[in-house]
Structures are given as structure tokens and as C-alpha cells.
Design a protein around this ligand. Structure first.
Ligand code: ADP
Ligand code: MG
Length: 474
């Protein structure tokens, strides 16, 4: 008997039926139609995008096992989605989406040396008291290299990431520090490296963590008197990925503990991957000895994507979502949203939502409305660096002067204004504002804010400074 899409699918169903609840089988598998078999790729038709997502999220492993039994290791699954028309087509259109074939990341077992001096070694990720060290990698399998598109803006960082993933701990890129502005793909790339390492070296223990969470865990460990356990836990990791290390700025205790962990890992040939919103030279309030470690390996920048890359990122996103949008509209979006990939994706998602929910045709006019709203609504977050720059420009001095120790009245006022605006427009603490504006303490910042408030009431000229500057920030 020859093998057909029907016969393959029939056998798969027998296997699947044996392995899931009858109700789930009825809901999620009976409506599927096998459509085509070419070489080892089976195409199946599903009734909606949601259906496809559900299958991918809950049954991808099962599908994979079933299909591999039928078609061998290189079996592939392609979904064909029968969609409601999204932009004025009379016919519903279909779209093909490849199965990601990625299940959730499996938990990693780790051998804790039996002779360990810490039989009570605590894993900061689990409830205290649980002895078994099972480490979730915290990796998001949806952030992988396949969907991290290459362009001039990210080529160096991407290929360094690949190199590290091929030989974790075995390249001179240790640590690998990826830096760049908001929404340019640092987190995505960091996960992709981890995901790739788990694919290639399943036995290695990989851990992704944000610097913020790392800090919280550390503080917690100090409170509970388990600082040593905390350090030992991290020293057992093979590939440590810490996202947004600029968060460690000003936190000397956490920096200190990270310094020890880093040294241990590095000496033992373990890989460290870091991301940051600034290059090491521009990082403030990070201890010198830590900064010099950051520079040991490679610092690779993610820059704003060029037009071609923006187009391919958009097209890829649409392809993966199974949605079609005319080229001129994609080009319009790519032309108007330039600096931030997250915003780029956000705009296209709201465009899709507008068109599907409101059943509106995707036209250039609709795209204009969405883009306009989008650009307006995503006010840039103002940074303390930026505030200092704007205030110094306004008073025609340079930032170093603004930060200097002088007591000259107009410089003091400029500095106080910078502190005042930093308090107003950022979420930074008084201590962090102080340390970034000329290394002052939190009391100085508090005093500055009060002084500015007072002068705003009593001094007309000063009131004008505030109004002028406020306009520049909004
Ligand atoms: P960051 O951590 O630098 O703020 P993210 O990694 O969160 O940025 O990326 C923002 C969004 O842009 C994510 O949805 C990510 O998947 C997407 N993105 C970034 N770079 C790329 C790329 N090169 N190809 C495809 N998508 C990308
Ligand atoms: Mg990020």
C-alpha cells in the first residue's frame, strides 16, 4: 500500500488517541484534515490561527513523536490555516506555517557533589526546603536564532552569539556582552544563545536570569543568611546569562557577589553572557574591577536596524502569524518606525488587530492612523544622561561642569534642575539620581528638589527655566 497524507495521518491519530483524553482528541484532532504529503513533510489543515497556536503549545511534542514514528527523524509538519478574510478578500485565504517543533524547555537535573559541604544547598528558584536541585533554564524557546533575523545592525552580535553557542566557554568571547538601546533585540539574542546551547549540548546547565531578579535573590539570601548557598548555586551553572546588567549599577553588594561568581565560572571555563543598555565605558556606578572583567571578552553592539532589515523582520512576523498584508503597507510601517523593533512589531500587531477585529480593510490610511498613534503613545523614556545633556545645553555648559563640585550659583542651579527633572521623569531612586549626577547622596537630591519647588514659587526667571526645560522633555 502506498503512503499518502491520509494514511500517515490515520496512523498518527491512532497513536495520539492512545495518549490523550478522549475529549481533547475530539476537540483538537478530529477537525484536522491531512492535505498533502511531500517527501517527509505532512501538511495538515486547521480551522484557525488559534487552533494552530493551541496545537503548538500543547501537543507539539506528541505530534512530533507520532510523525517521527511514521516518517522518520527528518519528519516535518506544516500547518495550513484556513483564515477568515482579513482584508476584503471574498475567499477565505490559507496560509502555511511551519511547525516550530520546539517544545517547552525541559528542566535540567544537576548533580550536586555528594561531599558538598552544603548538603542543604538551596536553589534560589525553588521553595526552600526542597532538596532536589532541578533547574529550570528560564529560557523562552520562542526567542531563537531561526527568528532572529540577520542584518548589518546585528551581524557582529549575532555571529558572536552563534560562535558562543557552538562552543560555550571555548571561545575568546567570554564573557560575551551584548549592548544596545531599548527594543533592539538584546533579550531575544540572549535567549537564542541559551536555546541553541541546550539544543547542541543538552547536558550543560544553562540559566537565564535578569539582573533585577538576580539582585532580588541575592538580597533575599542575605536576609535568610544563605548567602553562601546563593553563591554556590550560581557557581554550578555551565552557561550563565544575565540580562540588563546596567541594573546592578550602584548596588555594590550584588556586584561584589557577582564578581566572585563570575571569577569562579570564568576560571572553570564556563560561559558568561551579559546584556546591557550601554557599552562598558559608559556604565556608571559599576565597580572598576567588574567593568574590567566585562571587557575581557567581546562587547558587541546591537544597532538600530536599517530599512531592509525592518522590512524582513515585519515580513517574517506576518509569515509566522499566518497573515498577509500588502507590500506597500509593510513598507509604510518600516519607513516610519525606525529605531525600535519592539515598536515595529507593536504597530504591525495593532494593524492586524484593527483589521481582523473591526473587519476593516488594511489600507494606507489605516496604517497611517496606527503608526501615528503608535509613535505618539510610545513616548521615549527619558534617561538621566539625557536630562543632564539637555539641561547643560540649555545653560550652555558641558555635562562635566554641571556635575562638578563648584558652588557657583548658576552651576548649582543647573545641577539642581537636572536632579529635579530626573526625579520627575524617571523611576530612579534619589540615591541613584545623586550618584549619576556628580556622585551626590540622596539627601542632596532631596534638597535640590525642594529648592527647585521653592524657587518655582518665588522666582519668575527660575519659573521660566522650568517651563522651557519641561517643554524640551515632552
Ligand atoms: P531588548 O531586550 O533589546 O529591549 P528585545 O530582545 O526584547 O529587545 O526585542 C524586542 C522585540 O523585537 C522582540 O519581540 C524581539 O523578538 C524582536 N526582535 C529584536 N531583534 C530582532 C531580530 N533581529 N529579528 C526578529 N525579531 C527581533
Ligand atoms: Mg530586554
Amino acid at each position: 500500500m502506498s503512503v499518502t497524507a491520509n494514511s500517515v495521518w490515520k496512523n498518527c491519530l491512532v497513536f495520539i488517541k492512545d495518549n490523550i483524553q478522549p475529549q481533547a482528541f475530539k476537540t483538537w484532532f478530529e477537525p484536522i484534515k491531512p492535505v498533502k504529503l511531500s517527501e517527509n513533510a505532512l501538511s495538515i489543515q486547521v480551522p484557525s490561527k488559534f487552533f494552530y497556536e493551541w496545537l503548538e503549545e500543547h501537543y507539539v511534542k506528541l505530534l512530533k513523536v507520532a510523525l517521527t514514528k511514521e516518517l522518520g527523524e527528518s519528519a516535518k509538519l506544516v500547518y495550513i490555516i484556513r483564515m477568515e478574510n482579513t482584508y476584503g478578500n471574498k475567499e477565505p485565504f490559507t496560509e502555511k506555517i511551519p511547525s516550530s517543533n520546539r517544545g517547552a524547555m525541559a528542566a535540567q537535573e544537576m548533580d550536586v557533589p555528594i561531599k558538598s559541604k552544603n548538603p542543604e544547598l538551596r536553589n534560589p528558584f525553588v521553595i526552600p526546603g526542597i532538596r532536589n536541585i532541578k533547574i529550570e533554564s528560564q529560557l523562552n524557546p520562542n526567542y531563537n536564532f531561526d527568528n532572529f533575523l540577520e542584518g548589518d545592525s546585528n551581524r557582529l552580535a549575532r555571529s558572536a552569539g552563534m560562535a558562543v553557542a557552538n562552543k560555550p566557554g571555548g571561545t575568546s568571547f567570554n564573557p560575551l556582552l551584548v549592548f544596545g538601546g531599548v527594543g533592539l533585540g538584546k533579550t531575544h539574542l540572549a535567549h537564542a544563545i541559551g536555546v541553541e546551547i541546550k539544543d547542541k549540548y543538552p547536558e550543560r546547565t544553562v540559566l537565564y536570569i535578569s539582573a533585577e531578579k538576580f539582585t532580588q535573590q541575592y538580597i533575599e539570601s542575605v536576609k535568610k543568611n544563605t548567602r553562601n548557598d546563593f553563591i554556590h548555586f550560581y557557581q554550578l551553572i555551565d552557561v550563565l546569562i544575565i540580562d540588563d546588567v546596567q541594573f546592578l549599577s550602584g548596588k555594590s553588594g550584588t556586584q561584589d557577589v557577582f564578581f566572585h561568581i563570575f571569577n569562579h565560572l570564568h576560571q572553570n571555563g564556563k560561559q558568561v553572557i551579559l546584556t546591557s543598555d550601554k557599552a562598558p565605558v559608559d556604565m556608571q556606578d559599576i565597580e572598576q574591577r567588574l567593568l574590567s572583567r566585562f571587557k575581557w571578552g567581546l562587547s558587541a553592539e546591537l544597532q538600530s536596524p536599517d530599512y531592509e532589515t525592518r522590512i524582513s523582520i515585519l515580513k517574517n512576523k506576518l509569515y509566522r502569524d499566518g497573515v498577509e498584508i500588502p507590500d506597500d503597507i509593510i513598507e509604510y510601517v518600516a519607513k516610519h518606525i525606525k529605531t525600535n523593533i519592539r515598536e515595529l512589531e507593536g504597530a504591525i500587531i495593532s494593524l492586524i488587530a484593527q483589521s481582523t477585529l473591526n473587519k476593516r480593510e488594511v489600507t494606507i490610511e489605516l496604517a497611517q492612523q496606527v503608526v501615528e498613534k503608535f509613535v505618539k503613545n510610545t513616548k521615549r523614556e527619558v534617561s538621566i544622561d539625557y536630562i543632564q545633556k539637555v539641561v547643560s545645553d540649555y545653560f550652555e555648559m558641558d555635562v562635566a561642569t554641571l556635575q562638578s563640585k563648584t558652588r557657583k550659583r548658576h552651576i548649582v542651579q543647573a545641577r539642581q534642575l537636572a536632579m529635579f527633572f530626573a526625579k520627575k521623569f524617571t523611576k530612579a531612586s534619589l540615591a541613584s539620581i545623586g550618584s549619576q549626577i556628580g556622585k551626590r547622596d540622596h539627601a542632596t537630591v532631596l534638597h535640590a528638589c525642594k529648592t527647585v519647588d521653592n524657587l518655582a514659587e518665588t522666582d519668575k526667571q527660575f519659573r521660566k527655566y522650568i517651563d522651557d526645560l519641561t517643554k524640551k522633555f515632552s
